[in-house]
Structures are given as structure tokens and as C-alpha cells.
Design a binder for this molecule. Structure first.
Ligand code: FAD
Length: 367
């Protein structure tokens, strides 16, 4: 049987970032991932946007970790050759009625420490995005895009170089307390460990239930994408977002110029019953043409094809509205188990800042 100091459950971008940071400080770090490869969950099924920190409630974990996470991610990506681009973004008002919403959102971002925000008029919008139809916008210079799969690989590669054990096809099935810590049983065998970090994304509530902790429930919300073909991608230079939905379900269906030079339209937002259901009942491509035309009127149906989808780990039950924060806390019964639950957007952006936030909690649990 293996002995560990720290077992991290879930090899998405957050688990991999925690493995990276933990392996710099401690020996015997294990990262257990149920699938045959890392990063196949939400971490590679997203918009790849490096968010600025504009939207989140001041003082929330999302706000406190996104702004430094943005900076850390650019630094890491540049230092380790992870493809990325600082594109900047526009959050647009498409009618006179929406203009009033730009100021409070800008003020929210400033309170969170987002730098360089300004409200711009149609002339400036046309300079940045000549094909976009909007009357005013917030210009957000610190937003960008990153190749998420490459980011996960880079975190894991460095963690592994530092001695961390990255184990795939290792679905965790049980966690039980023992005299000197916890025994974690997975499809790859048993490990005795002093600390467990539950970073299982969509399934973090089910991992928490293994220790008897059932305070939180994750509701899967699917986000679907379509893609504008490369030949037409010159219509967009960076990122264009509508104003965020008021119910808190999503930031709205936006346009993202990708690093592979297409334009993503999406993601939509719809509750699904099954956490593994990425495809059934997908929205037709015509819907995406309609969404895109709202911002980019020249788009033609023949320019658009359906693309991938991802599933958000929402703590917001269907039929309710709100902006629940991330949950990062020790298990009330087994304090050596640290749960990360509801780690939806901006989890990719904030991954390194989240990992650095978790390190002192791990240290405390090890002492
Ligand atoms: C549609 C969409 C768009 C998004 N856009 C952005 C964006 O533009 N910018 C941004 O910053 N964030 C974005 N996000 C959020 C971001 O993708 C997530 O916050 C981030 O990927 C969460 O990482 P994670 O490691 O917690 O989860 P995941 O990537 O889901 O990783 C969890 C891992 O745990 C594994 N696992 C589950 N159960 C077990 C088990 N029993 N044993 C072992 N392993 C297990 C899973 O297989 C999975 O690999 C988006 C998310 C979605 C869905």
C-alpha cells in the first residue's frame, strides 16, 4: 500500500494546479484522476478565457482569487510556453436601455482591483471590432485566452518533475478514517494519507458524500458551443460579451476568437439531469446563428457549425437566481479532508491562485 502526505482527487486544472504547488513544498503528493487522461472534464470544455475579475461580488472568493489568478496565469503561461494571448475584451450594450448597466459593472470590477477598465463609445468599438454592432461597451484590457489542455499538461508535467505521483484511471471509490489519517481506495489501489483534497469538479459533492458530508449539491448546467469557420473569423479580433444574465446562470452567450483562429459562439446554459450528458438534445445550429447575429449581424448560417459542450458545476438549484461563491472548506467531521465544491467559472483563470489559497489549509491539516 502507498503512503502519502496529500492525495488530491480530480485531475482537472484545479487539482493539477494544487499538485503543482503542493509538490514544491511536500513529498509524497498523489493526484488521482478517474479518466485515462487529465483535464477531460470542464477544464478542457470551456471558453478558455482568462477572466479579469469584473463580475464577481467584492470580497467573494471568486473576486479575491480571480484578479491575482489572472496575473499568475499570464506569468505561468509565458514562462512555460503555454499558448495564450492577451486579447482584451468588450462587454457591450446593444441598446440604449443597456447603457445604464455598464457603469455599475465597471465600478464592481474596479472594487475588485481590475485595472484599466473604461466605458467606450461606438467609435472606439468600431476601432477594435469593426463588425460588431453595439452602442457602448466596457473595454477590459486584462482579459485574454489560453489553451486550457496545454495548461493542465504543463501543471502536471512540473508537478511530476517535482516528484508528484500522477495516477490516471484511478476513480476514487471510498475514503475512510484510520488511526494515522485516511485510507483512499481507488480503481488503482489503496493509499494511506494524512490529507485529502477533494477537487473532483462536477463530482465534488459525491466525493464529499463519501465522508458523510452532504451539505452541498452540484446541479449540472450544460453550456453548448458553435463555431464560426476560420475563413470568416476575421470578423472578430478578440472577445465580445453581452451584459451578464441577471439570474447568475451565465455570463451570457459571447464570441471568442480562439487560439486556433475560429470564433466560438456560446456557451448556452441549461440544467441537465445527468452529469455526463454532453450531447443529448443539443440546440440546433440555427439558434447559434441567431445568438451571434445579435452581436455580429453579418454572420450567415453557412458560416457556423456545432462544436463541443461543457458542464458547469453549479451550486444554484434550478428555478432560483443568485451568485453562489466557491466553497473551499475542511470537512466538519474529518478536518484533514479539504473540499472544493462549485468550482465553476472563473476556475480556469484562478487555478494558481486557488492552489495558493489551499496550501495554508493543507499545511494546517498536516500539522
Ligand atoms: C461551458 C464552460 C465554460 C467555462 N469558461 C471558462 C472560462 O472561459 N474561463 C474560466 O476561467 N473558467 C471557465 N469555466 C470554468 C472552468 O472550466 C472550471 O472552473 C474549471 O475547469 C474547474 O476545474 P476542476 O479541476 O475543478 O474541474 P474538472 O476539470 O471537471 O476536473 C475534475 C476532475 O475530477 C475527476 N473526478 C471526478 N470524480 C472523480 C473520482 N471519483 N475519482 C477521481 N477523479 C474524479 C474528473 O474526471 C475530472 O477530470 C467554464 C466552465 C464551463 C463548463
Amino acid at each position: 500500500m502507498d503512503r502519502a502526505n496529500i492525495v488530491i482527487i480530480g485531475g482537472g486544472v484545479i487539482g493539477a494546479a494544487i499538485a503543482l504547488e503542493a509538490s514544491e513544498r511536500w513529498e509524497d503528493v498523489f493526484l488521482l484522476e478517474s479518466l485515462p487522461k487529465l483535464g477531460m472534464g470542464a477544464s478542457s470544455r470551456n471558453s478558455g478565457v482568462i477572466h479579469s475579475g469584473l463580475y464577481y461580488a467584492p470580497g467573494s472568493l471568486k473576486a479575491r482569487l480571480c484578479v491575482p489568478g489572472n496575473r499568475l496565469l499570464y506569468e505561468f503561461a509565458a514562462a512555460h510556453g503555454v499558448p495564450h494571448r492577451r486579447t482584451g475584451k468588450l462587454v457591450v450594450a446593444t441598446s440604449q436601455a443597456e447603457i445604464a448597466d455598464l457603469e455599475p459593472l465597471t465600478e464592481n470590477g474596479r472594487q475588485n482591483g481590475v485595472e484599466g477598465l473604461r466605458i467606450v463609445d461606438r467609435a472606439r468599438i468600431l476601432q477594435i471590432e469593426p463588425h460588431v454592432e453595439a452602442v457602448a461597451a466596457i473595454e477590459v484590457p486584462s482579459t485574454g485566452i489560453v489553451m486550457a489542455e496545454e495548461l493542465v499538461k504543463a501543471y502536471a508535467r512540473i508537478a511530476s518533475d517535482r516528484g508528484a505521483n500522477i495516477v490516471t484511471s484511478a476513480r476514487v471509490e471510498s475514503i475512510e478514517p484510520i488511526a494515522c489519517g485516511l485510507r483512499v481506495r481507488s480503481a488503482a489501489g489503496e493509499i494511506e494519507t494524512r490529507v485529502v483534497v477533494n477537487s473532483a469538479g462536477l463530482f465534488a459533492d459525491e466525493i464529499a458524500a463519501l465522508t458523510g458530508y452532504s451539505r452541498y449539491r452540484i446541479y449540472p448546467v450544460r453550456g453548448e458551443y458553435a463555431e464560426i469557420m476560420r475563413a470568416k473569423s476575421h470578423m472578430l479580433n478578440g472577445l465580445v460579451y453581452p451584459l451578464p444574465r441577471r439570474d447568475g446562470l451565465s455570463l451570457g452567450i459571447h464570441l471568442t476568437r480562439t487560439l486556433w483562429n475560429t470564433v466560438l459562439i456560446g456557451p448556452t446554459a441549461r440544467y441537465v439531469a445527468d452529469k455526463n450528458d454532453y450531447e443529448s438534445g443539443r440546440e440546433p445550429v440555427e439558434n447559434f446563428v441567431g445568438y451571434a447575429r445579435h452581436l455580429l449581424p453579418e454572420i450567415q448560417p453557412s458560416d457556423v457549425t456545432l462544436s463541443y459542450s461543457g458542464i458547469r458545476a453549479k451550486l444554484l438549484p434550478p428555478g432560483t437566481a443568485g451568485h453562489p461563491d466557491w466553497v473551499i472548506e475542511c470537512d466538519p467531521q474529518f478536518p484533514a479532508v479539504i473540499h472544493l465544491i462549485g468550482m465553476e467559472s472563473p476556475g480556469l483563470t484562478s487555478s494558481l491562485a486557488i492552489a495558493r489559497h489551499v496550501i495554508p489549509i493543507i499545511r494546517e491539516s498536516l500539522s
